[in-house]
Design a protein around this ligand. Structure first.
Ligand SMILES: *Cc1c(COP(=O)(O)O)cnc(C)c1O
Length: 224
């Protein structure tokens, strides 16, 4: 199926979810996660009206960036090793995986401009997931106060892979609550207005719970 056809279905689902909870669909940005697919397929997504592309590895991002460049808004969504920061920092607009001080220092050192960052949170406490625990988020963001190259635009989470809708909803709700706590701190470089949550299997629930960025691979561009 073409990206355009997938996107039509997704937009319908977004609209319906927004209607259920009284949100404006314009408040939701779709990131096409292109880590499984070719440069051609990424270009097809842009032609279909997608503006934002996401990659989870530095080599994947560099390869796509070389072919596409500034025609896309670039999101780094995977675990970022500090030594890889220099490879991607002048190409990415958003980093969704800020989860430790050493990474923040490396971004601060290497970035020429302010980078929009999401602090990644492991809401469910799953051992296999990266990200800060809920308790660590506020102290961490307070420590970022004096970082001139980092803007904490929001929080990001990856929910567990499950069909348990109530559990997913609870994860997303907890991220939203944390966001409100961060906002109440009124830290100048941490407006925290965004929530990056929702993937192919759970984006509808994420939208109902307040997502502003959804990260779609399989359901939008496919996975082969
Ligand atoms: C791969 C990936 C996605 C997209 O996953 P799908 O289930 O294929 O939509 C979203 N977020 C992150 C962090 C990913 O690594």
């Amino acid at each position: 199926m073409s990206v355009r056809d997938h996107l039509a279905i997704i937009r319908d689902n977004i609209e319906a979810a927004c209607k259920r909870v009284g949100r404006d669909p314009a408040g939701i940005r779709i990131i096409a996660v292109t880590k499984y697919v070719s440069i051609e397929r990424a270009k097809e997504a842009l032609a279909a009206g997608i503006t934002d592309l996401g990659e989870n590895r530095d080599d994947g991002l560099l390869q796509k960036y070389e072919a596409i460049g500034r025609e896309a808004i670039w999101h780094f969504i995977g675990t970022l090793q500090s030594r890889k920061v220099k490879n991607v920092i002048d190409k990415v607009d958003y980093i969704h995986s800020l989860d430790r001080l050493s990474l923040a220092h490396e971004i601060e050192k290497r970035a020429a401009k302010r980078i929009k960052c999401f602090v990644q949170v492991n809401v469910s406490g799953e051992e296999t997931k990266h990200g800060l625990s809920k308790d660590e988020v506020i102290p961490f963001i307070e420590q970022l106060r004096d970082f001139s190259k980092i803007e904490v635009v929001g929080l990001m989470t990856m929910a567990p892979y499950t069909d348990d809708e109530a559990f997913l909803r609870q994860c997303f709700r907890q991220l939203k609550t944390l966001q409100q706590h961060v906002q109440a701190l009124h830290i100048p470089n941490a407006p925290c207005t965004e929530l990056s949550m929702g993937m192919s299997n759970d984006y509808v629930i994420a939208i109902e719970e307040g997502a502003t960025f959804i990260r779609l691979g399989t359901s939008l561009v496919g996975n082969e």
